[in-house]
Design a protein around this ligand. Structure first.
Ligand code: GLC
Ligand code: CA
Length: 535
């Protein structure tokens, strides 16, 4: 069953276009390549695809540096290819979400080029954040870019412009009406082409406050904002609310306006999901108020340990938080910005966790390749492309590992992804992970996802709330058991290395790994495994 509206309990498959499938042998995935694999996507049992940017871009930040948001970059094809992809997806009953990047443009966008030429004080510069240097020549403030280094770059006449990310990504000034108007045009452009909605990049970042003020601890703040930076939680929680460029009240006015545009498409059920990193977590609920957006990403599982107490805490908190505003959470184990879950917590662990999460209420985002159990690619430094690697002078390796192209078939790299040289190297060791190999193995990760997604649609979508059965706070017999019931299904995850026996009756629907032994009202859950039982 599908939920109503469609996105309420959807499974959304994230495609990184450059890494999905190359149709013309230039080593990079493209839109015709995606179109040619939509049957495969459909076969997974997902409801929708979300595509990372494929717009005109110099590609300094994987296309999140947009030079023309209303056109397709030639490396991916053209607008007719986009239209065809959307139409074919629709014919397969798959919805299509596209990425929108409203925090910044590329420095190659015509507006920025005009701003450079027009000079200080011009209306062209007012679309960005251009300011004079301080009297001692330093940048207008001491903010640090999220990609490392200063948030400001100086232009020829001495002014600085603000960029929260790479210097090739000047931040837009949302106080300027030209900016809002241009984005409304872009939203309508893609909706009119047939898109069903948007993933909003850096949705919490559009409005800045105190642009001319120094932050008291810019390095601390920069570290606090980074998931991979270990920090005492108290220090982190004290710093996060002080960020002057995220989660300001003004962003909500923007989404209220956008919502009226989405709603004007009526029965098409247009939806938008916010990429919003906010603190405290309750602030996330503001993005999904009735007159704002439909979903907000919950990133908690991207860096959670495979540990019962922590997972129980994060999952139950996310469910309760969204319930408090009549909404459902979203779940993601991997995306193009973080290490792949199979590398981060292990192969069996990631299968168990995925099967557990696919039973939770709300929408699940699955990053292409996750259904193959793909690990991060091993990338030689000279092949790296992520601006994070360059801006931190190699101190941080960046996000390329998760972006390695998908292995489709055959015995040697690049496994059918391209007939040319892939833009990032695929690993020889992936020969048993190809779609071709996994299709013919009933126990493969691919078939686990397919089974789980079918069973989810049959038994769980629209089927009520979670009732926790076992967890560290439910008097669980084992510190490594998590279990809940939803509708007629109970879901048990054994996080330990030993089998766990439970007393329960029910028919086994699916197991993430190992052999389940069940008789006389007792079921043994294999080590590091999740099972679904039907009652
Ligand atoms: C988002 C994207 C990331 C990009 C950044 C800047 O976080 O997911 O890939 O680098 O925004 O646009
Ligand atoms: Ca190509």
């Amino acid at each position: 069953m599908k939920s109503s509206p469609w996105w309420k309990e959807a499974t959304i498959y994230q495609i990184y276009p450059r890494s999905f499938f190359d149709s013309n042998g230039d080593g990079e995935g493209d839109l015709p390549g995606i179109t040619s694999k939509l049957e495969y996507v459909k076969s997974l049992g997902v409801d929708a695809i979300w595509l990372s940017p494929f717009y005109t871009s110099p590609n300094k930040d994987g296309g999140y540096d947009v030079a023309n948001p209303r056109d397709v970059d030639p490396r991916f094809g053209n607008l007719a290819d986009a239209k065809r992809m959307i139409d074919i997806a629709h014919s397969l009953d798959l919805r299509v979400l596209v990425d929108i990047v409203p925090n910044h443009f590329s420095d190659q966008h015509v507006w920025f080029q005009e701003a450079l030429k027009a000079g200080r004080g011009s209306k062209e510069r007012a679309r960005f954040h251009f300011y004079d240097a301080n009297s001692d020549g330093t940048p207008p403030n001491n903010w640090i870019s999220l990609f490392g280094g200063p948030s400001w770059t100086q232009v020829e006449d001495g002014q600085f412009y603000l960029h929260l990310f790479d210097s090739s990504q000047p931040d837009l000034n949302w106080d300027n009406p030209d900016v809002a108007e241009d984005f409304e045009k872009t939203l309508r452009f893609w909706l009119d082409l047939g898109a069903d909605g948007f993933r909003i990049d850096v949705a919490h970042g559009l409005v800045k406050e105190d642009v001319l003020k120094d932050h008291p601890d810019p390095q601390g703040l920069s570290d606090a904002l980074r998931l991979d930076m270990p920090m005492d939680p108290e220090r982190r929680y004290a710093l996060l609310p002080t960020v002057p460029y995220f989660d300001r009240q003004g962003v909500h006015e923007i989404y209220r306006k956008w919502r009226t545009i989405f709603d004007s498409y009526g029965s098409r059920e247009v939806m938008a999901v916010a990429e919003a990193w906010v603190h405290p977590p309750v602030n996330a609920t503001r993005y999904v108020r009735a007159d704002e957006l439909h979903q907000v990403f919950n990133f908690d599982l991207l860096d959670a340990a495979f540990e019962a107490e922590q997972l129980y805490g994060l999952m139950s908190a996310a469910i309760d938080l969204m319930k408090s505003v009549g909404s459902l959470p979203t779940w993601a184990l991997s995306n193009h910005d973080s290490p792949r879950v199979a590398s981060r917590i292990g192969d069996l662990q990631s299968r168990a966790l995925a099967l557990f999460v696919l039973a939770l209420p709300g929408s699940c985002y699955v990053f292409a390749g996750q259904e193959l159990g793909l690990p991060d690619g091993v990338i030689p430094d000279e092949a790296r492309q992520d601006p994070i690697y360059f801006r931190t002078k190699g101190v941080q390796k960046g996000r390329d590992g998760a972006r390695v192209p998908l292995p489709w078939k055959g015995e040697t790299a690049p496994f059918g992804f391209t007939s040319g040289k892939p833009w990032l190297p695929l690993q020889e060791g992936w020969k048993d992970l190809t779609v071709e190999k996994q299709e013919s193995d009933p126990k493969s990760t691919l078939n686990l996802y397919r089974n789980a997604l079918n069973l989810r649609a049959e038994h769980l979508v629209n089927n009520g709330e979670v009732e926790w059965i076992d967890s560290p706070i439910h008097g669980s017999k084992s510190a490594s058991l998590l279990a809940f019931k939803r509708g007629n299904v109970s879901i048990y995850m054994n996080l330990s290395d030993l089998p766990i026996e439970i007393e329960v009756n029910g028919k086994l629907l699916v197991v993430s790994g190992g052999i389940v032994d069940g008789r006389d009202g007792k079921v043994t859950i294999p080590p590091v495994s999740t099972i679904w039982l039907h009652h």
